[in-house]
Each structure stands twice: as structure tokens, then as C-alpha cells.
Write a new protein. Sequence first.
Lengths: 637, 322
Amino acid sequence: MNTRDETRPAGRGLGRRLLAAGGCLLLLALAACGGGSGGNTGGGSSPGGTATGTAVRGGVYRTAVTSFGLTNNMDPVGETQIGFAFALYDAMLRTLVTFRHESGTAGTQIVPDLATSVPTPTDNGLTYTFHLKPGIKFAPPVNREITSQDIAYAFQRINDAKLVAQYGYYYVGVIKGLTGKAKTPDNHISGIETPNSKTIIFHLTAPVGDFLQRIASPAAAPVPSEVAKCFNQAGTYGRDVVASGPYMFQGSGAVDIKSCSTIKPMSGFDPTKNITLVRNPNYDPATDGTRPSYLNGVQISVDPNVADIFARVQKGQLDGSMTDPPPATVTRQYLTDPSLKKYFHSDLINQVESVTMNLAVPPFTDVHVRKAVAWVLDKSAMLRALGGASHFSIATHIIPPTLPGGLAASYDPYKTPNESGDLAKAQAEMKLSAFDPNHDGKCDVAACRNLAFINISAFSGVDTVVQNDLAKIGIEIKPRDLSVTTAFTALFTIKQLEPMSALGGGYADYTGTYSFAQPNFGSTALSGPVACCNYSLVGLTKKQASTYKVPYPPTGIPSVDTIITKCEALGNGPARNSCFAGLDQTMMTKVMAWVPYVWGRNIVITGPTVSQYTMDITTSSLSLTRIAVTNHVTLSP
Amino acid sequence: MLVYLTRRLFWLVITLLVITAITFVIYFVLPPVSPAVLFAGKEATPQLVATVQHELGLDHPVWVQYLLFLKHLVLGDQFGWPGLGFSYVNHSSVKSLLAGRVVVTVVLAVGAALLWLAMGVTIGVISAIRQRSVWDRLALGFAIFFISAPVFWLGLVLLWVFWYKLGVAAGTGYFPPGQYGLLTWLDHMILPWFTLALLYAGWYARMTRGAVLDTLRQDYVRTARAKGLGETRILLRHVLRACLTPILTMFGMDLAALVSGTVIVEVVFNLNGVGQWVVQSVTSDDIPSVLAVTVLAALAVMVANLIVDILYAYIDPRVRYE
């Protein structure tokens, strides 16, 4: 038997038929491939116009992010996602006073928004009285005038423990009667008076110099109780946030607020897929001197493929990026091509990243060891590892220069040639330490071995640099790159006593230096066994150490509580700024718990359709109320 | 058959219970820090953590939490049926977040499955009937190349060539046909379908080739030829049917596994499917979402197995279930 004959094709006819079938399939596939690109995200056309610098009213800013990263699903009471959520809030919500929302220090100026003017506190700084402008309405579906009771209700929501106000500690204990322990948002707060629908008065327990900055936070924006009362679980109101600003979620008008059971999520917000903003028909620009609001809408989609986001910008399907830094290849392309460079925007923001050292963990109980670390780190190499000067700037001190009271970059108490570190100075400092008993400039004891160095992938590029540099002074670290949740949980957990991390700092909670200083260096930030963000345990008291069952070093732990409290009581102005500058100097020269290595930059790549671009220093993001495009995309309300 | 089905369904339920229990332990019992702490935010005082724990139902004993989870799964919760709970991260019902994503993943999986089946079986058959010819060599090369090529690389290359450079493909994203029309939808699904299908087509081509070659050597095929039946009829009615069993087994398992998410293709092509979402949920400790996908995946695999086993009885008369 000839096996080969048996298995010869069942007639060439069959082979041909199968080939023909396959060919047809391929042809069909290719025919279906013959589609165009672009435009179908908003039914719009191809991009038109050039970035002339002239802002034109109209169009839709189409962008994408790899993840919204929301912390409370856009419910302002608990949302802390600065850079994204706060940029949307600037477009959607108005507060009694607000920032100018521009770049640079001009953007940090407080201006009236819902209020007729920025009040001066009375009663020795304990009382703030605001009068509301008439005729300012909520967006659909509420459609009525905003009253002082709506603003009071926002604070009542902050007071409701169930709603988990993530920045509640900036109000709890500050406004009389606001304890953060209420069981419902219906509890009246004794320190907030609303004598009529256009007046609201805050009574404080003690003078707070940046109370106006705190009032400018999205959590303090008016909330209509007839809608919000239906959402008694944290974050659930976020899908039905009622706007008071120039923009609202698409589909707001279609929500039926007759009763709680009829309220459905607004179609313009899907927490894992897209956010679409359209103009608020009730918004009156004559009442707002801050927001030009050129756009007719904003369309933000989630695209987990970051390279795809920037490819879509280049193809014209998106008008620009928003929060994701571009891949290295894209950065290189834009920075080396003169025709593209103008679309690459890199602006300094209120962000610092620092190497943190735990003051309760040897060898960092000794200030000489900490200073030695400050001297030895090669910040230039760390900057290069993180993408270079287009992505970050070398930090010479802790408080970013963009914050009020932030010293200039020229203040650099650990200045080294090319910011590359100075081994000689590091060793000289180490020799003064008890952990270098033979005074050879290196840490000689077991406490300097196998120290965990917590990091996340965004900053893992610095691991090798830090490891090599610290090895020169006898400190051996074990870099541990963890997921964001795991890394910060480890650092938040006081008892875990993580010795070092690359994650000190981040963003300021709001554009006020207290919001940076207190959570990072105040002993009151150590409010529970798990708390953000004082990873170095600055100011840890013996009582706290006993409560959290951590060792208290015999040499003690320095505290800057007195300085923070003193600065916080000062009103906005040069004295306050100077006070916080002094805090930075104390942290850098006396405490040295953190070695700042970079200040953040916000990078956005825009396309030719963007005719005006502005970065908002207070949200550390592009300003949706100041950007302008020349596309002709339209959106339905 | 009825007895067999009942027995299989019983074991399906038992297996689901074991899988969900293990997942529950992994996410609720093993972590050193309660999920409530992550929810409670920056200054999580013990009182706030306690409040959040109560709101999320995490203050019950673990076994009570697990029973409540099962109860909601079977009877529904405040968000409807099935009761999949409340996402800690997205503050929405898991069911509402999952529903649209399941559709995307199923569309991706089924479309790719039909393609790989058509391509793989066709190529496998041609390769077998043209053994050791140029076609056979080409088929082998096809299979080896696409089995070896990483899926993410393949997807990125196809995207770069057909969309970015040639502009003949539509780019990324999922565009529901009801909203954007059938053509736009198809336009955007072609590349993801092919990316996924080419990997599997390689496997199926090799498997089909082997099975067909094996069957062509059987006595009954020789007998059929001797009786004067045409080769086409022999191939389609006798040979392929006999080869279907292993192909069907693999197909069922592969399709079921894909239903729980094709992470890489979904990320590359920006398809908001289950796979992409579950990775985000795992990294952000969104335990209810992870649990929901685990249940879905386990159910998909077990139902697929059951369907495959039932189909065996119809395809192969020798298979009978007592």
C-alpha cells in the first residue's frame, strides 16, 4: 500500500476549493479593512486650523488617559485626584472663591467666584462672611439658583463620616461644630450660619491663615441636597454631580430628579471608560471673571495603551494628551523635530519627589547619617533615569518653588558640582555619626545592611542610582518596587517601620503650603496606625510611639510642629510665605528627613488643532477652561 | 443523559463554591491591611476605619461575609441580579461596570474564535492532504511563526502597519454597532480579531493536520475509497467528523478562557473588556470586582466543558453518558 497515494489530496479539486474559500475569507477581511480613520469619536471631521495663538470659541477637546485614577468616583467630598479630577472640577464647579487657574504664581491668586468679593476675616481671624452673587444657577437637572444653604450642605457632607471626606481634616476642628463624625449629612453645623439665602458665615475655632484656599477646594462647592441626599454611600454621588460651572456632564439634562429611585447615572460619565463635558446652559459668563471657557465640550476616554494615545494625537484623532507622560520615543521625536517642538508643553508643578528616611529606624535616627545621604546622592543621574529635564527638574529643597513660600531653586544647602553628589562631604558627615565607629566615612554597623527601599514603577529608574550611591557610604539598600497600593499601604502603616522610600512628597493637597507641610511633617498627621503621609515619622512623640508600638530612639525625634502651627496662623502674605520658607530651611538643614531629588513637571502634547494652551498651576494640569481648539467637533447635550 | 447532566451541574456548583472560597480567603483574609483602610483615605483614624468597615460590611466575621456574598450572588443585591457587590475603587455596582465589558470581551473572543477555526482548520486540512508539498511547508511556517510571535508585538505591528502607516485600518477603541453602525464596529474589530486569531490558528492548523493525517490512514477511509466515494465526500463527511473531537475540546477550553479576558489584546487595541479591567482591579485592590470576574471565568470554563462534553455525544456515536 502506498501511504503517500492514500494521503494525496482528495483530488486537486478539493484543495482548490479550500484555497478558494480561504481566499474569499481574506478578501472579505481586506474589504472590511477599507475603512477610514478618525473622527468617529465625536462624529467630527478631520482636524482643521493651526495653533495661531488666537483663542477661538467652539470645538471639543478630545483626549485620552490610561486611567482616570479617581479616588472617590468624582464625588467632590472625597476626591483627591489632583491633576485630573481637579481640572474637571475647575470646569464644572464654582466655589465661593477660587484661584485664577493660570500658570505661574499668578495662577495661585485667590479671586471671588460665587462670592461678590474676597472677604477679610473679622473677629481676630475667626469669622469669614461671604455674600453670594445673585442669579447663579445650578446646571440641569436642578436648574435653580444656588443658595448659601447649598454651600452649607457641602460642609455637612464633609461632616458625614460615611461619605469619607478625604480632605476632611482641613475642616474638621477648624470650623466650629464640624467634627467629621456626623451620621448623616442633614446635621446642621453650628459654626456655619446662613442668615439668608445669599449670605454664609464661617466661625472658626482658631485663626487659619489659608482658610480661603481651603474654601476654594472642590469639596466646598455647593451641592443640591435634593439630589445628593439620595447618595449615602461614599462616591456614589459622583455619577450625578450637579454642575455649577461652565460645563456639566453630558446627559445631565436627561436625569429625572423627581425622586431618588428615578435618578440614574449621567450618561457623560462612565468611571472606567469615558467622561464627556458639555456646556452648562445655565452658566452666565458675566458672573465669572476667571474662566474664558472657549470649548464647547471635552471628551476624555480611557486608553490603557499609552503609545496609542500619542499615536492618535499625531493622527489627529485626539487634540492632545492630558495626564500621561509620553513614552521616551515620542519625547525624543518632539524635542528633536523643530516643527513638533511647539506642541510639547512642559511646566513645573506643585510636586516634589524625595528619598525619605525613617527617623525611628537606625541608622536614620542619626542626623549625620541623613545628611551624608543628602550629600552623596547623584541627583543628575536620578533625573536622567526619570526621563531628563523635559520630565522633571532637579529639586534643591523640599517645598516646590511654585507653592507660596517656596524658595527659589538657587536655595540649595547641599549643592554639589553638577548636582552629582559629593562623596567627600558625605564621608565627612558620616564620620561624625555614631554608626561609623572607625571614622572611615562609611557606616560600619549591621543597621546599615539590607534596608528596604520602597518604590513604585513610575520612579523605579532611581533604584540603581540610589543603591550605588549609598553603597559608597556603607549603606546597603534592597529596592522593593511594589504596586502603588501595596507601596503606599506599607509606608502608611507606622508599625511597619519602612526605613526608606523614593516616594516622599507627591502633590500638595491644595495650593497652600500648609497642605504640603502638615501631612508630610506634622505629628498630627500620624493620626492612626495607618496614615498618610509622614513616612519619616517627623515629630513622632513618645506617646504615639507607645500607642503604635514602635521603638522611640533614645536620641529623640525632631519635630517641626511649632513652626507649622505658627506659620498656619499667619494670614496670606509675605509673613506667611517667609515662615514656610523657614520651615523648608529647617527641614533641609536641621531635620533632613527627606532628600528631595526632583520637582514635577506636567507634560502635555497637543496637536495642531489646539490654538491656545494654558497650564493651571493649582490643578497641576492643563486648564480646560482656558484651552482653545479649532476643530469642528460637536457634541449633543 | 439527564442523570449525567444533573450530576455535572451539581459538580459545577461545588467547584464554583470552592473557587470563590479560595479567592475570598486570598483577598479578604490574607492581606495584612483591611481594604477599609485603603478606602478610608489619607488620615485614616481608627474611628473612620471602623465606620468604613461597617459601611462596606467588613466588620462581620469572614465566614459571614462569604455567606452574604453567596446570598447576593444567588438572590441579588440592591443593584439587581446577580448581586456582584460594590466596587471599592469605582464606587459603582460591579454589575453595571462588568456588563458592557463582558459584551466587548465576548465579541472579541467569538469573532477571533470563528476566524481561527476557519483559518486553522482550513490550513490544517490543506497541509494534511498536501503533505510534504510546498503548501505543507508554508502551513508549518505559518503555524510556527504565529505561535512564536508574542501577541502584544503582533498587535502593535499590525496597528502600526495597517493603521498608522498605511491608514487602511481604523485604529483602536470599541465602537458599539448600535451607536456607530455595523461598518464602524467591524472596522475597529478586524485587527484585534486577527491578532488574537493568528496565534490560535497556528495551533489549530497543526492539530488539525495531525488529526486528519491520522484519520486518513484508517481502514474505513480505505474502504470508502474502495467503494468509490469521492475524495471530497470522504474528507467532509467521514474524515473531518472524526477529527472534530480533539478540535472541539480545545475550542471549548480556549473560548472559555478568553471570555475571562484577553488582557493583552484589549490593552493594545484599547478595548474596554473584562481582561483589562480585572488587571486594574487587582492592582488597585478592588476586591469585589476581582471576585466577580473570578466567578465569571470559572463559570465560563465549566459551562464550556459541559457543552463540549454534551456535543461529544452527538458527534461521536461511541460516546454515551449513562
